[in-house]
Every structure is written in C-alpha cells, then in structure tokens.
Design a protein around this ligand. Structure first.
Ligand code: ADP
Length: 313
C-alpha cells in the first residue's frame, strides 16, 4: 500500500507558510523525509497524523482518506512525535499497558502478550519495571517505538527520532527501525543524512515547505557523479573560496576545513574529484543547486551566497 499526498499546503496564523503544494508518493517500507530545521517536516507529519489540518490538498492510503477520516487514520497509525513526553514516575510496563488500553486492546491476556512482545522487540524487557524518568534518550526513543507499534499500524510516522542520540544508541535505534515490516509505510523525518542513507530505500528532500527532490538515495547520489570536487583550505581562505566557487559544504577535518564544490569539470588545481555521497546531494539541493542535481550535463556552476552549508553531524 502506498501513501499518495497531493498539493498539500499549510500557512500558520502567524503567516508562516510551512507547506507549499507538497506532492509525494510514499511507497511501503522506510521512507526518509530529509530536511533542515524549519523545513516543514513536523508540519507534514502532524498533518498526516491528523493532529492539524491542512489548508488544501489531499492524502490517500488505499481507500483511506487520510486528511478527512481521522478515526480511520488513528486506527491504522503509529506515531512517535518529536516531543514525545513520558510520565517519569511510571514504569515502562505500566505506561505501555496504558497505551495498549487506549489503543483498544481490551483483552487482558492478549494485551499482556503484545506488550511483553514489544518490550522484548525494543530491548526494554529487562528494564520494564524501571521508571521512565531514569531512561536514557535512546531507551526513551525505543519506548516511543514500542508504543507506536501497538495495534499493528499500517502507517508509522517517526519525527526526528535520532536527534540527540549518541552514536551507539543511534545504531541500536536504526536496527530497530530496520526490523519493522516492509508492508508498512514508515515515514522517518530527520535532518541527519545518515539516518536516510542507512535505512531508507526511498526518500525526499524538503526545504522551506517545498519538496526539492524525491527518489532513491543511490540514484539521487549518482546524479552528481564526476561533479563533486574537494579541497582543504585554511580557515581564513573559506570566505574567498565561497566567492570563487559553488561551495556546497564546509566541514572541519583534523583541524583543516574541507570544502566540497559542485562543478562540471575541475574548478582548479587545488581540487580533487571525490565520489559523491548523499550528503553532497542534500547540500547541493538545499543550497540552491537543484538544477545541477536534476539536469546533470547542462549545469555550469555559479557561486552563490546561499550555496553553502556547514556540516554539523
Ligand atoms: P521542521 O519539522 O522541518 O523543523 P516545522 O514543520 O516544525 O519544520 O516548521 C516549519 C515552519 O513553520 C518553521 O518556520 C516553523 O517556525 C513554523 N511553525 C511550525 N509550527 C508552527 C506553529 N504552530 N505556528 C506557527 N509557525 C509554526
């Protein structure tokens, strides 16, 4: 089953247009919605989770009218919001049991079985009697997944679930997400490129409320083949380099700054060609080099003041 979103727009009362005519087809399996803070990811997630209304547009999953049939959606939805709060004094077992009751799992034996199964699946079985207030960030997020999986949802939405997790917890969390069935539509919103490259066979890049690119990570990355060039520059040379070249990212490496430039042909002798990564695609897209990503050969790079991003993960 796929989720088809058409022409979704949303302007908040303060005038911020958070979604601009968003059209997306989201197949089953993990789908990465990648974009910087403020891109509109949460606005889209909350709309699909029926927590807020769009101004216009539609979303359809099979026969389900996602924007209008709120009860229908809630029966099929698992949602881990960005600001998932827990009751700190309650144990994982008790709170998950409580959520299971709210989900309508009324049969006690069945409910216990499901709750225990989910606690095992999320590696929380051994700490099930522990108060949630004592959980690490990673444990709390795994608990968030456990509650999202209650009731066998067909649509699972996880909003920025890895922000703030340490590398080990992130890997654990990735493994947990990777085990969710392929028949389910799982939308993972994130600003962390590796969340998408590690997990998602399909993805979209969103910025300022607009979908910039959609496709398979490998294919989107391949479009930049032979067009990403890297050089190490001293810190005081960065501004100059940005004026001269279409810099898409700057990253500190061993105390030096490594810049990536997008260019058809070598931009200069100090540069070496590097294999593109999804990160290059992402920064090229949000830096305004969408033509380069989309049109390949037709592109000739032009430096632009908005064309850089600082890599910070
Ligand atoms: P993301 O999840 O990608 O960080 P959001 O959907 O949270 O993006 O935000 C998109 C834009 O909408 C931002 O400019 C944000 O400040 C604004 N925004 C989000 N929620 C509200 C709200 N309830 N009222 C007004 N503006 C909002």
């Amino acid at each position: 089953m796929e989720l088809i979103i058409r022409g979704l727009s949303k302007t908040y009362p303060n005038g911020v247009q958070a979604l601009k005519n968003v059209t997306l087809t989201i197949p089953s399996g993990m789908f990465g919605l990648l974009g910087p803070n403020g891109a509109g990811k949460s606005s889209l997630m909350r709309t699909l989770a029926t927590l807020q209304d769009a101004d216009s547009g539609s979303a359809q999953m099979g026969t389900l009218d996602v924007l209008n049939d709120k009860d229908g959606v809630r029966r099929q939805l698992g949602y881990l919001p960005q600001d998932f709060g827990v009751y700190p004094k309650v144990s994982a077992l008790d709170l998950l049991t409580h959520f299971a009751e709210l989900k309508g799992l009324n049969n006690k034996t069945e409910r216990q079985e499901i709750v225990m199964g989910l606690l095992r699946q999320t590696n929380l079985f051994n700490v099930r009697f522990k108060a949630l207030g004592g959980f690490s960030g990673g444990m709390r997020q795994r608990f968030g997944i456990a509650q999202a999986l209650l009731g066998n949802p067909k649509l699972i939405i996880v909003d920025e679930p890895t922000a703030g997790l340490d590398p080990e917890e992130r890997v654990r969390f990735h493994n947990l997400l990777a085990d969710i069935g392929e028949e389910v539509v799982v939308i993972l919103s994130t600003h962390i490129v590796s969340d998408v490259s590690d997990l998602c066979p399909n993805m979209a890049i969103i910025n300022k409320g607009e979908v910039l690119l959609t496709g398979q990570p490998d294919e989107l990355t391949h479009r930049l083949k032979d067009r990403i060039w890297a050089a190490s520059v001293a810190r005081h040379e960065i501004d100059d380099a940005k004026k001269k070249y279409p810099v898409i990212s700057t990253r500190l490496m061993s105390g030096k700054t490594r810049i990536h430039v997008i260019s058809q042909g070598s931009p200069g002798s100090m540069f070496e060609a590097v294999e593109p990564t999804l990160e290059d695609t992402y920064f090229a897209a949000i830096g305004g080099h969408l033509n380069a990503v989309n049109q390949g050969d037709a592109y000739s790079g032009v430096a632009s003041a908005t064309a850089d991003a600082v890599v910070s993960n």
